[in-house]
Design a protein around this ligand. Structure first.
Ligand SMILES: O=C(O)C(=O)C[C@]1(C(=O)O)C=C[C@@H](O)C=C1
Length: 284
């Protein structure tokens, strides 16, 4: 089985993949959409993509690509603790405060704003395709005195020196990743998780007063617990949004289909993006 993920080697996404799919063949891609395209093109059997960080919120490119571009089911979710470190080329470790620029993934940068503001004020911060891509750049250009925000594995992989550990602004830092596949993957057995979620994409009828209230009531009176509701632009005009709603239960034959039928009767569009086990892994 081949797993596509955001590369190069040693991204957080790769850490998540290796934790849950040890021994699977790995195929890194340069961007999150490329890893999803690879699944559509059947170059890989699974794709693992970051979807939400506890400090910075949703990874919009993942949600947008899943809802606007590709139609691939979510078959699992992996939540991983995230530890961000500042790293430089070994030649520059003694004067790391004089780095000329800091590189990382935009979501990782956002998790370390306070640190950057306090310790590297005025130093340009640039976002690149992944944390590991940033670490690789730092390794390749020692003369430029660059720094990267990335994980410990990336420091090992690219031979960099960690000069500040755990620079994320809040202790509870976790990221969730969706496992996407067209295959009937038994993620519950693979992950050992019995905690299921169902994710829906809901579009509201236009100009209907209280539409969102009615959508929420369809879940509320059935006592279906929601863990997230997120609005994303329809990309058809200002003020046009759809909702991504996470339900804390497995797609059943009565409650969720009943709620969906109620939403459709209101004039809503509903797409089930997936019903899947969700697992929390630890860093070792
Ligand atoms: O750049 C990486 O290492 C990734 O795997 C991407 C990503 C993200 O998109 O959120 C994954 C986890 C961290 O929150 C930071 C970056």
């Amino acid at each position: 089985m081949k797993v596509g993920f955001l590369g190069p080697k040693a991204t957080f996404t790769e850490l998540a993949v290796k934790k849950v799919f040890p021994g699977f063949e790995l195929e890194p891609y340069q961007t999150i959409p490329e890893s999803m395209d690879a699944l559509v093109d059947k170059e890989v059997d699974l794709a693992v993509v970051p979807v939400e960080n506890a400090l910075e919120g949703s990874v919009n490119i993942t949600l947008d690509y899943l809802t606007h571009v590709v139609q691939i089911p979510i078959v699992g979710e992996i939540t991983l603790p995230i530890k961000q470190h500042l790293m430089v080329h070994a030649k520059n470790q003694d004067d790391w405060q004089k780095v000329s620029a800091v590189y990382s993934h935009s979501h990782a940068i956002a998790q370390c704003h306070k640190f950057l503001h306090t310790h590297l004020k005025g130093v340009p911060v640039e976002s690149v395709s992944s944390t590991a891509a940033a670490a690789k750049m730092v390794m390749e250009q020692p003369e430029k005195k660059l720094a990267a925000i990335a994980n410990e594995l990336a420091a090992q992989e690219y031979g960099l020196a960690i000069v500040q550990k755990d620079i994320h602004d809040f202790d509870y830092n976790h990221t969730s990743f969706f496992v996407l596949s067209e295959m009937d993957l038994d993620f519950a057995s693979i992950s050992g998780s019995a905690h299921f979620k169902t994710t829906l994409m809901v579009t509201l009828p236009s100009d209907m007063a209280g539409a969102l209230h009615q959508v929420l009531s369809a879940f509320a009176w059935r006592k279906i617990n929601l863990s997230k509701i997120e609005s994303r632009p329809m990309k058809t005009g200002i003020g046009n949004y759809f909702f991504i709603i996470d339900l804390e239960m497995k797609l059943d034959e009565v409650l969720i289909p009943g709620a969906i039928a109620e939403l459709e009767a209101l004039g809503c569009g509903v797409r089930v993006l997936g019903s899947y086990p969700s697992t929390m892994v630890e860093l070792t």
